[in-house]
Design a protein around this ligand. Structure first.
Ligand SMILES: Cc1cc2nc3c(=O)[nH]c(=O)nc-3n(C[C@H](O)[C@H](O)[C@H](O)COP(=O)(O)O)c2cc1C
Length: 378
């Protein structure tokens, strides 16, 4: 296992895993090749689909990379809210000339089968979202030399990750695009944004745990990466910034919407999946967000046919346009170039802050590294 997360790549820049087609082997290989840490997203894929992508990525790069897994979700005790939502979405299905999706899909995202593959044929890094794996799972990865990361949206979740034996925690601020990786979705919360902003959360997590922290949420420029490193993060994880690159597999409608002035802002919504996720506000979100039930992944499967049909019709108003609060700053650069530009901006910002040392990781840089938080209480 690498002694530190920063030994895995040249720059402290992680390309976020993006399920739904955003981050496939092409994007991850470009990022890894340029000195960042690329990720594959196994979420919504079959175990075999995940494995095929791993093999493809290995054929494209010999650099370390990560694979991201969704934690299994509790089965839905009460289907009535989903059935009520189905009725409310009937007009969408008619409009896009499709049927609503089947909600009887499994809630475990093939977790055990994916774990079995990753233990049998280990990859350098595995990260988890929507929960914290058991100590047994994390220990098994440690034994095969895989570095583990657990996403956290609160200090308590970060502590759970540390107690369970994760090597690092990915702290996700409320600014982040896509789903919040909250360990347990509270059905009584409205899901539209009680979470902490990244800097506030990072400060709390740094004092709550001793393991390295990766910062995610709204980061689009090297100067912002410098800010989170100065605040104690070891690396920065960017999703929306990489979504706009040609190597990202996101739908072109989604890519164009990121910088289209018609889309003025983002919000958290349960409208598309049943779990809070941040996306550009569009018609579907405005109309259905206010009463969408807390029923992930049933709602994800329910709306999947409508989302596909909207994409086919070229209608961005019916799609989940996941994006972080920084979306307006997205640049359509090739992914490798984006990594280089971010690294150069980071260097310039660090020089401006009077921080000496190179942006490059694993070189004993003078900025915050993997050192435990001073005075941190586990
Ligand atoms: C389109 C999209 C899909 C995402 N899918 C995943 C995922 O599969 N697993 C995961 O851990 N995080 C996922 N995320 C969240 C990212 O890991 C990260 O927290 C987020 O992108 C950071 O905020 P930013 O988009 O403002 O950079 C996704 C984000 C986006 C934008």
């Amino acid at each position: 296992m690498p002694s530190a997360l920063t030994d895995l790549c040249r720059y402290p820049i992680v390309q976020a895993p993006m399920a739904g087609g955003g981050s496939g082997p092409e994007l991850a290989a470009a990022v890894c090749g340029a000195g960042g840490l690329g990720f594959l997203a196994a979420g919504y894929k079959t175990a075999d689909g995940m494995y095929q992508e791993i093999k493809q990525l290995r054929s494209l790069t010999d650099r370390p990379f990560g694979v991201n897994l969704f934690m299994p979700q509790p089965s839905l005790a009460d289907h009535s809210a989903v059935e009520a939502y189905r009725e409310q979405l009937a007009g969408e299905a008619t409009w896009y000339e499709t049927e609503l999706g089947d909600t009887d899909e499994p809630t475990d995202d093939g977790y055990e089968a994916k774990l079995a593959i990753l233990r049998e044929d280990p990859v350098p890094v595995v990260s988890f979202t929507f929960g914290c794996p058991s100590r047994a799972v994390l220990d098994a990865f440690a034994r095969v030399g895989t570095y583990t990361i657990v996403t956290a949206t609160t200090a308590a979740e970060a502590q759970a990750a540390q107690w369970s034996g994760a090597d690092a925690v990915c702290v996700q601020g409320v600014e982040a695009g896509g789903h919040q990786g909250t360990h347990r979705d509270d059905p009584h919360a409205d899901g539209t944004g009680a979470g902490l902003g990244l800097l506030a959360l990072l400060g709390q997590v740094r004092e709550a745990v001793q393991i390295p922290v990766i910062a995610a949420g709204g980061l689009m420029r090297g100067a912002q990466i410098a800010a989170v490193l100065a605040a104690g993060a070891t690396m920065a994880q960017l999703g929306t910034a990489f979504l706009a690159t040609p190597e990202s597999g996101a739908n072109p409608l989604h890519k164009q919407a990121l910088t289209n002035p018609l889309f003025t802002h983002t919000e958290l919504t349960r409208a598309f999946s049943g779990r809070p996720a941040r996306g550009l506000v569009n018609r579907f979100m405005r109309e259905h967000g206010p009463y969408a039930p807390a029923a992930y992944p049933a709602v994800h499967y329910l709306t999947s046919t409508v989302r596909k049909a909207a994409a086919k019709a070229g209608d961005a108003q019916g799609l989940n346009l996941w994006a972080g609060q920084g979306h307006r700053l997205a640049r359509e650069l090739p992914a490798a170039r984006l990594v280089e530009v971010l690294a150069a901006e980071l260097d310039a910002a660090r020089a401006g802050l009077g921080l000496t040392g190179s942006t490059e990781s694993g070189d004993g840089r003078t900025g915050p590294g993997d050192a435990p938080a001073a005075g941190g209480a586990a």
